[in-house]
Design a protein around this ligand. Structure first.
Ligand code: ADE
Length: 243
C-alpha cells in the first residue's frame, strides 16, 4: 500500500533529499507457523478478529532496534484527532514508529506496554491504519524545511494561523465569464496582502467559524470584521422589513 505513496511527488523528493527516511515492516514476517497468522478471535466472543500480540510486539521491537528513541504511535479511531498543530509537533521528533492496525483492533496489552500515543485522522472508521499513517507522513513531511522546494513555504497554508487559506487564482484572467479580482493584477503588494488577509477571514467565517473561537484577533482583523458588520447593517437597513 505504501509503495505508490512513497514513490511520488513531495514525499519522494523529501526522501531523495534525505529530509525523511522510511522503513516498512510487514507483520507477517513476525508471525509464527506455516500460515503466519496475525489475528485471532476476541476473548469473550463477538464479531471480527483482533491482532495477536506476539507478532505485533516482535514487529514493534524490530522497529525499535532501528531507532530506540522512537515515539510509537498507534493509528486508531480511538486516538486524539490529528490536526495541523499535531503535525507541527511531530516535525520535532526524529524517529516515529507508526503502528497500522487491522481488523477490530490490536490486543490491549500492546497498547498498554508498547504504544506511546494514539492518533486518529478523523471520526470515521477505516479498514486499517495504513491510510491514516500516510496522512500523518504526508502532513508532517510537507512542514519540514525545504520539503516544498524553492521559496514555497507552508506559512500561508490553511491552519498556519488558525485560519483557512485565502482564495487563489491563476491564468486565464477570465474563465467562463468570471474575471480574476482586479486588485490581484495591480502589482500593489501591500494591497494584495490586505486582500488576501480579508479573503482568509471571509472564508474562515463562512466555512469554519469554529476556528475563530480558538484564537484572538489582531487589530487588522477586528477592522475587517467591523467593515463587514457595517456592510451587513447597511444591507439589512436597505432590504429589511420596516419597523
Ligand atoms: N484506523 C481505522 N480508522 C482510523 C482512523 N479514523 N484514524 C486512524 N486510524 C484508523
Amino acid at each position: 500500500m505504501f509503495t505508490g505513496f512513497l514513490e511520488h511527488g513531495i514525499i519522494r523528493r523529501a526522501m531523495d533529499r534525505g529530509l525523511i527516511d522510511t522503513g516498512i515492516i510487514n507483520i507477517r514476517n513476525h508471525a509464527a507457523g506455516r500460515h503466519r497468522v496475525t489475528d485471532d478471535r476476541p476473548f469473550g466472543g463477538g464479531d471480527g478478529m483482533v491482532m495477536k500480540p506476539e507478532p505485533l510486539a516482535s514487529a514493534i521491537r524490530e522497529a525499535a532496534n532501528h531507532s530506540p528513541d522512537a515515539l510509537t504511535v498507534h493509528l486508531t479511531p480511538q486516538g486524539r484527532v490529528f490536526d495541523q498543530d499535531t503535525a507541527r509537533e511531530l516535525t520535532e521528533i526524529d524517529h516515529i514508529v507508526l503502528i497500522c492496525g487491522r481488523y477490530e483492533g490490536i490486543d490491549e496489552r500492546i497498547c498498554e506496554t508498547l504504544v506511546d500515543r494514539e492518533l486518529s485522522i478523523g471520526d470515521y472508521v477505516l479498514t486499517g491504519g495504513e491510510v491514516a499513517a500516510m496522512v500523518v507522513i504526508d502532513a508532517v513531511t510537507r512542514l519540514l524545511p525545504g520539503a516544498l522546494g524553492g521559496d514555497h513555504s507552508s506559512d500561508t497554508d490553511s491552519f498556519a494561523d488558525q485560519l483557512l487559506a485565502h482564495a487563489q487564482y491563476t491564468r486565464p484572467r477570465e474563465f467562463e465569464g468570471k474575471a480574476v479580482p482586479d486588485l490581484l493584477l495591480s502589482g500593489n503588494h501591500k494591497e494584495i496582502n490586505r486582500w488576501r488577509n480579508e479573503s482568509a477571514m471571509i472564508r474562515t467565517l463562512l466555512k469554519r467559524p469554529d476556528l475563530f473561537t480558538e484564537r484572538s484577533l489582531t487589530d487588522e482583523e477586528i477592522q475587517i470584521l467591523k467593515k463587514w458588520q457595517m456592510e451587513i447593517g447597511r444591507i439589512i437597513k436597505i432590504n429589511g422589513p420596516n419597523e
